[in-house]
Design a protein around this ligand. Structure first.
Ligand code: ADP
Length: 504
């Protein structure tokens, strides 16, 4: 559940759950109290009266007795002088927490509850003539609150008399107090219970994932990038935060792995380069010494030495060029100059440029095309030439000990693209090495130990250039038989129509 909804729900639970539970507990207790009071005091109530008008109910409890005694006072006033009969009436009233007082000529001649009367004596008001509330009763507050009903009458000898029914209010109040205590206690339990449920629920939804997040952050601080938060990803906002955190962790981990790999590659490269530079340098040094020492004593020998020195220096230049170019390509610092290139013309020129050099090393270069002459691609001439010289250079470099090297360049029209193939009959590439040849600094083992120079950058550069042209490059090979490198270039009509976004 979303955190916002969870908080909304929590808000309503805080209000509704305690209210409904307190309501239920309250009404159960009230019903029970009312029933017990109705039974105890033999009065009818409408339930809520017990809470809203308890005094009225107390009043009603002695109503019948009061009416009977009033009638007796009219018809047979001497009845009130009969202590036995008064005691019997008083016994009935005691059950309703009430008792009887009879006064004759300002003197109490009967007191139904000496103890209680002792505590209220001076407060019993003269209410007999009043128009009184509560069905004839008057409430007297104070420390010992009570209800009093009074009726004045005359005794047979003409002396004035009064009888009072006193009801102890405290008895009822105590009962109500205990009921209120139960309700208060029940409410506290309900609120604690609700708060407990809510805390557990919010803990589940907020604190638990937050704790997991905290733990994960600490793990990352300590450098452990493998600690995954996958289990804490949920639908809510914190879950989303966990998901973002997890994404960041994976990203960070990949970045660090790439950096470690890069540093590893760099170390390897430095060691490779020093090896690759050392080899021609040793040769150059050797031949130069030969010249200085006069070992090359004939003009032909001297020329051979000088040519070798020149070739080795050229190898080194190529290596340094490739390195500096790769640094640029790696930091996206290569300015491309895209222009319309007629593929057949362009690749034919390429072959013509390379052929004389290859003839010297007994490698034959052939060209085939099924692409119509007018077909054009959008390309950077200089960079495409670099791709071709890398591929042709590799075909020469890895031609092995074949008697004659053969390199076939083929152009094929394939829908919206032109496919360029460079096939050789060289040593081939092992199947296990094939997926890696386009990775920077990668050199298949066989070639690493060979006497061939190389940086492991040529194919990585070619791949990058072809991808910048919107094409793709791949290799197929059979060890011992030869290798075919193929790449595609988009034909110009399509490139223009679709707007490939090529820069240049
Ligand atoms: P290098 O500078 O080592 O030639 P490349 O990136 O050009 O670097 O090539 C990567 C590796 O792929 C080479 O070391 C070599 O093992 C293999 N390779 C490339 N071209 C060929 C080919 N035509 N025949 C056989 N192996 C090749």
């Amino acid at each position: 559940m979303k955190l916002r909804n969870r908080l909304f729900a929590a808000f309503f639970i805080i209000i509704l759950l305690p209210c409904s539970m307190i309501g239920t507990i309250g009404s159960v207790i009230l019903t029970q109290q009312v029933r017990s009071m109705e039974e105890t005091y033999r009065v009818d109530t409408d339930g809520w009266e017990v809470v809203t008008e308890p005094v009225q109910i107390l009043n009603r409890m002695t109503k019948a007795s009061f009416n009977e005694l009033s009638a007796m006072a009219q018809q047979e006033p001497e009845f009130f002088r009969n202590t036995e009969r008064m005691t019997a009436v008083n016994a009935g009233l005691l059950e309703s927490y009430s008792y009887l007082l009879v006064e004759k000529n300002n003197e109490m001649i009967f007191v139904g509850n000496q103890f209680h009367y002792g505590s209220i004596k001076r407060k019993v008001p003269d209410v007999g003539d009043f128009e009184v509330a509560y069905d004839g009763g008057v409430y007297v507050g104070g420390d010992v609150p009570f209800l009093v009903k009074q009726q004045n009458f005359s005794f047979a000898d003409g002396e004035p008399g009064s009888f009072y029914i006193i009801t102890d209010v405290n008895a009822m109040v105590l009962r109500l107090k205990s009921a209120a205590n139960i309700v208060i206690f029940g409410s506290i339990i309900t609120i604690v219970f609700t708060a407990g449920i809510l805390v557990a629920w919010l803990y589940q939804g907020i604190l638990k994932p937050l704790n997991a997040l905290k733990k994960a952050t600490r793990q990352i601080q300590e450098g452990n990038l493998d600690y995954s938060l996958k289990d804490s990803i949920s639908e809510d906002e914190i879950g989303q935060l966990c998901a973002d955190f997890e994404e960041m962790r994976v990203h960070l981990k990949n970045e660090i792995e790439v950096r470690i790999q890069y540093e590893q590659d760099l170390k390897e490269l430095i060691s490779n380069i020093s090896h690759d530079i050392k080899t021609p340098l040793t040769a150059i040094k050797g031949y130069a010494e030969g010249l200085l020492d006069g070992v090359a004593d004939t003009p032909e020998r001297r020329e051979k030495y000088l040519r070798t020195i020149f070739a080795k220096a050229s190898d080194m230049t190529t290596l340094v060029d490739e390195l500096s170019f790769y640094t640029k390509i790696d930091t996206n610092n290569i300015p491309y100059h895209f222009e319309k290139v007629k593929v057949n013309d362009y690749f034919r020129d390429c072959i013509e440029d390379n052929s004389p050099e290859l003839e010297i090393v007994n490698v034959e270069l052939s060209f085939e095309t099924d692409v119509p002459e007018e077909v054009q691609v959008l390309g950077d001439r200089e960079q495409l030439r670099r791709v071709m010289s890398n591929l042709i250079g590799n075909a020469v470099k890895y031609r092995g000990d074949k008697e004659k090297g053969i390199i076939k360049i083929r152009l094929k029209e394939e829908g919206s693209t032109v496919r360029v193939e460079v096939e050789d009959n060289g040593i081939g590439i092992a199947e296990s090495a094939l997926p890696y040849v386009f990775e920077r600094f990668y050199r298949a083992d066989a070639s690493r130990n060979s006497k061939q120079g190389g940086s492991g950058l040529g194919l990585a550069i070619a791949k990058r250039i072809i991808e910048e042209h919107g094409g793709s490059i791949w290799a197929e090979s059979k060890e011992g038989e030869g290798t075919t490198f193929s790449f595609t270039l988009k034909k110009i009509e399509l490139a223009e129509k679709k707007g490939t976004g090529l820069n240049g």
